[in-house]
Design a protein. Structure first.
Length: 367
């Protein structure tokens, strides 16, 4: 069946195979791909800022021009995966450690970027995973379309889940280029820009070969927060109130980390030649719970002894686990509420900072 409109079953997201380059996705060599796993949604947007100037003698603008190459904002969300392949390939972590070892977010990769590719199948009636293979063989994608993003620097990482909804990871990137192309053959020119020179002269090609992340990339592991091996380990607040350290009735959690970047420009170059990460990254953690009882405590004294809090989030599917460790969080706000015929609720917001050495750690399981 010919493609009339683009639907989700004919879309696949891929990323440059990070094992093929160190930090900069601009390469004069040909690079392969890896599937970006368990994608739920993706979108991108482009703002075109213009310099607007007037001069005496006229009501009209004399100048309304773009001074620099516009940035591309890319957002991709996916089901949390215990192998951490997405986090590794998109440069949130340096290595996808095994279950017994933790790795720090942004450690050694805060200045890395990559390229993303959104492939659009040509046949509306054929799932794209029935067309792609993940065994490093060269695939002919003639008739496919692609939206390719060059030099994508990670800026935001988030995790959220609640009763009745699976754990979802949300990621944001700032990119230097986007290319839309109808494909012919087994490769295309890379969308990466040589940010130092401000061009893509002599850039290599992207080969349509997919190195596998797992034994079956098209069938992700489904982590369930209600699994018997899943858990949330919290600490009671020094101000007292709802019990968090023992048996609790958590309804939802939401974690987000923003990594600010400064885009540096130079004369003679339309592109930002650097997007310097501004560590520490700023993290927030929100927890919502039903109130089962109140522990002793008081707001007085919080100025003299401002406590730090550590939290562990464990998501499991049997013995397969994904674990996040939040370190040295600070209580930012909390509130209680109850309505007629309802249950009393408790909400608390925490902030934490993430450096290359501490703040947010993660550990997963290869499968």
């Amino acid at each position: 069946m010919a493609r009339n409109i683009v639907k989700s079953n004919i879309v696949a997201m891929a990323v440059t195979n990070r094992d093929h380059f160190l930090a900069n996705p601009f390469s004069t060599s040909d690079l392969g791909l890896r599937l970006f796993m368990a994608v739920r949604d993706l979108n991108y947007s482009i703002q075109l800022p213009r310099q607007q100037l007037k001069q005496v003698g006229t009501q009209e603008l004399s100048v309304e021009s773009m001074m620099n190459q516009p940035d591309v904002e890319l957002t991709v969300s996916y089901l949390a995966q215990p192998n951490l392949a997405n986090e590794y390939n998109s440069n949130f972590i340096k290595e996808a450690g095994v279950y017994t070892r933790f790795t720090n977010f942004f450690s050694g990769v805060s200045q890395n970027s990559t390229n993303f590719y959104g492939f659009l199948g040509k046949d509306q009636g054929v799932d794209i995973f029935d067309t792609l293979t993940f065994d490093e063989s060269l695939i002919n994608l003639t008739g496919f379309d692609v939206i390719a993003f060059g030099n994508c620097f990670p800026t935001t990482y988030g995790l959220s889940y609640s009763l009745g909804s699976l754990p979802i990871v949300s990621t944001n990137y700032i990119c230097s280029n986007v290319v839309l192309e109808s494909l012919t053959g087994t490769s295309m020119v890379s969308p990466a820009i040589n940010l130092t020179g401000g061009n893509n002269d002599n850039v290599g090609r992207c080969d349509f070969t997919f190195e596998p992340n797992t034994t079956d990339d098209s069938s992700p592991v489904v982590l369930n927060q209600t699994d018997s091996n899943s858990s949330i380990t919290l600490q009671n607040l020094q101000v007292g109130g709802q019990n968090l350290s023992g048996i609790h009735f958590i309804q939802s959690v939401d974690m987000s980390v923003d990594l600010p970047r400064v885009s540096n420009y130079g004369l003679g170059n339309d592109f930002a030649f650097d997007r310097k990460a501004q560590l520490p990254a700023r993290g927030s953690f929100k927890v919502s719970s039903l109130v089962s009882g109140l522990n002793d405590g008081a707001l007085t004294g919080v100025l003299d002894s401002d406590q730090n809090y550590d939290f562990d989030l464990v998501l499991a599917s049997g013995d397969t686990k994904l674990i996040y460790k939040i370190e040295d969080a600070k209580l930012a706000s909390y509130n209680y509420g109850i309505a007629v015929n309802g249950s009393m609720t408790f909400d608390a917001d925490f902030t934490f900072q993430v450096t290359e050495n501490k703040g947010l750690k993660v550990s997963g399981t290869h499968y």
